[in-house]
Every structure is written in structure tokens, then in C-alpha cells.
Ligand binder design. Structure first.
Ligand SMILES: [Zn+2]
Length: 90
């Protein structure tokens, strides 16, 4: 049996970074995502369970976003009101 693994592309990583930068300012959002998107005993996300396919292993996409946002929120910025600049590939 073949197992298809979705490998994140550079573009999808950048989109997660952009979304995380926005969500970082909303602790209720990333905190809520981390409450419901957690690993079950089998290491798969308990929230992303679907009837027609296996749930993704944790951290699932929403958990990756929330974890990144939490890291951004907890990282003190050297300048108050600093603008978060995300580089895009040319
Ligand atoms: Zn999930």
C-alpha cells in the first residue's frame, strides 16, 4: 500500500507564516485552536478526524499555524509596534 505524504511547499510555509503573524495578536484564536487540535493516543489530531480518511498526524495544519502564532506572540519584539515583514520568494 502506498502512502501519500503531503510535503509543505515554500509557498504554503510562507502562507502559514503570514497567517500566524496575524493570528499571533489574537491569543483566543491560537489558544482555542491548540485546545481542540491536539494529539490523540495514536498521535493523530483529535479534531481533524474525517469519516472518509485517516486524521493527519499531530501537529495538523491548524496546530502548526497556532503553534507558530504562539511562538510569535511570546517572542518579544525589540521595537514597540514593530511591523512584521514576511519575505516572499521572487
Ligand atoms: Zn487538527
Amino acid at each position: 500500500m502506498r502512502t501519500l505524504v503531503r510535503v509543505p511547499t515554500e509557498d504554503s510555509r510562507n502562507r502559514i507564516e503570514e497567517a500566524a503573524a496575524i493570528v499571533a495578536g489574537w491569543p483566543n484564536v491560537w489558544g482555542g485552536l491548540l485546545v481542540v487540535h491536539r494529539a490523540g493516543p495514536d498521535g493523530r489530531c483529535t479534531e481533524c478526524t474525517r469519516a472518509n480518511r485517516l486524521a493527519p498526524r499531530w501537529p495538523c495544519g491548524p496546530a502548526v499555524l497556532a503553534l507558530r502564532a504562539r511562538r510569535m506572540a511570546r517572542t518579544p519584539t525589540p521595537v514597540e509596534n514593530e511591523v512584521v515583514v514576511i519575505e516572499r520568494p521572487e
